[in-house]
Design a protein around this ligand. Structure first.
Ligand code: PPY
Length: 508
């Protein structure tokens, strides 16, 4: 774009609602016309009017949000970069450290050492105490009453082992192939957005840990790090997949997909469960509390963006709700990457995906963040294996059409249950977010060490030397479909679960 150099002094004069310029990554943007449409409200932009907004912008926006993810009607020249700024001349922003923030920093300083973190629940418990409140709200929130969110984990409690004994389990091996690519574990790091909310290195923490442990990372469309940064950070031969939100402007999607393929991405996971974002009320309540009620009311009356819906929902306006089965051939025409639908929730759709020539499906409800009362992936897995298997003479796992599940996984034990039922691999999302939010790369590294230990122990205890030996007969899943079976409570998981809140009186 423009090579014009603008002085910080000049930028500083555009510090009002009438003329508002901000600096992001050394470039100057005129956002005057965008102020009232900003999903996060105008107040936060105006705080940085005439100044450098990069530190505020970075964690909550994908790097190209200004240029790519503004709705098409916002793609006017005034919303684009005016030029670069002379860095030495930029006015500094005073950031006030609140008492709450001081207390949080104290908690950060008092984190237990990693050797005291024994399981993935522990990371969640620590993350909840040390993460900025808004970041925790965004990561942990789920749709409406969060029933599906909890059910995702609880569903694993309805599957019980039928282990085999007296097998020589000196050597156990839980490595596998996912879509033809070697993985040291039957799990992959699934896509989760906005990694820099939790840690300044964002998704890079995951790229590095995936390399170290020989597992696959699925890069999210809405990563905080730039896509190319994550690909560049991969080790030679490291396999990465890509999760795709389909843009209303298909040219943007086509460019992104073809660029990803050129950069060596090995599979494309198209998200199909989010034509509109679910109501995540923990997240929405945070946004609401951060708002000026007068501004919200005024904007509503003028029919402007309703920020009460939460920033995530507003950012998602680029996602195409018209996405349809008839678009599948188009995807097949623009890329040779294997295509997988992420967010399938019944066998009928899995069968249709198979018949459409796709490489697999992720049986997922988006971590409970979309349709509440959608069933857990692992419950749907059993149904897909039975119904699709019978109709197309397939047994699972197989190389032609692979089944993945995600949601609720906290232990290798959970992963192996899904494998027993026919999954090729399981996606793990939030636990890794919590690991890096509390301990950076070392946290994810430690989480994967814990899982490694758990895999080894569980393989031995169920009597399986390889994943091939983990057959459906090794589990009793007869209660899986029954949603009213009491089992002993999962105290660690439950104590992490933070109750939702009702609306509160405004403080006077
Ligand atoms: C999610 O939050 O569940 C996502 O999938 C990511 C996201 C973030 C912001 C807007 C749309 C989707």
């Amino acid at each position: 774009m423009s090579k014009v150099m603008i002085s910080g002094k000049e930028v500083a004069t555009h510090n009002t609602r009438e003329s508002c310029w901000i600096i992001v990554h050394g470039k100057v943007y005129d956002v005057t016309d965008f102020l009232d449409d900003h999903p996060g409200g105008s107040r936060i932009i105006l705080k940085y009017a005439g100044k450098d907004a990069t530190a505020e912008y970075d964690p909550i926006h994908p790097p190209d949000a200004i240029t790519t993810h503004l709705p098409p009607e916002k793609h006017n020249p005034r919303a684009f970069s005016l030029g670069s700024v002379d860095p030495g001349t930029v006015q500094k922003v005073e950031v006030e450290v609140t008492d709450a923030e001081k207390q949080r920093l104290e908690r950060v300083a008092n984190r237990p050492s990693l050797s005291e973190i024994l399981n993935l629940h522990d990371f969640e418990a620590i993350a909840r105490m040390v993460m900025p409140e808004k970041a925790w709200a965004y990561y942990s929130s789920a749709a409406e009453d969060e029933i599906t969110n909890r059910e995702n984990h609880v569903a694993y409690h309805r599957i019980w082992w039928r282990p085999r004994i007296l097998r020589d389990v000196t050597h156990v091996d839980w490595s596998t192939k996912i879509l033809g690519h070697a993985s040291k574990m039957p799990l992959y790091i699934t896509a989760t957005a906005l990694g820099k909310l939790g840690h300044p290195d964002g998704e890079l923490n995951l790229t590095k840990a995936a390399a170290k442990h020989g597992i696959i990372q699925m890069i999210p469309t809405l990563a905080s790090c730039a896509f190319d940064e994550l690909v560049d950070a991969a080790q030679p031969g490291q396999v990465q997949f890509l999760q795709l939100y389909v843009n209303q402007d298909r040219e943007i999607t086509k460019k992104f997909v073809q660029h990803a393929e050129k950069r060596g991405i090995k599979a494309l996971f198209i998200t199909v469960d989010a034509p509109q974002l679910g109501r995540r009320e923990k997240d929405m309540r945070q946004k609401f509390e951060a708002e000026d009620p007068a501004e919200v009311t005024a904007n509503k009356q003028e029919g402007k963006v309703d920020r009460m819906q939460g920033a995530a929902r507003a950012i998602s306006s680029f996602i195409d709700p018209s996405l349809d089965w008839k678009d599948i051939p188009w995807f097949q025409s623009i890329t040779k990457m294997p295509l997988i639908l992420k967010g399938v929730q019944c066998w009928e759709d899995a069968l249709q995906a198979y018949d459409a020539g796709l490489a697999g499906v992720v049986l997922s409800n988006h971590g409970g963040r979309q349709l509440d009362f959608s069933r857990s992936g692992v419950e749907v897995l059993a149904e897909v294996v039975r119904e699709v298997g019978a109709r197309r003479s397939l047994s699972f796992p197989n190389d032609k059409f692979q089944l993945f599940v995600d949601g609720g996984v906290r232990r290798a034990n959970d992963v192996l249950k899904a494998v027993a039922l026919g999954a090729t691999a399981v996606g793990v999302g939030r636990p890794f977010l919590y690991a890096f939010s509390s301990y950076g790369f070392e946290g994810v590294d430690h989480a994967l060490n814990i899982l490694t230990d758990e895999f080894e122990m569980n393989m031995r205890l169920i009597g399986a030397r390889s994943l091939k030996e983990i057959v459906p007969e090794m589990v009793d899943a007869s209660s899986l479909k029954s949603h009213i079976v009491p089992v002993p409570g999962d105290r660690l998981f439950d104590s992490n679960y933070e109750s939702m809140q009702h609306a509160r009186l405004r403080e006077v």
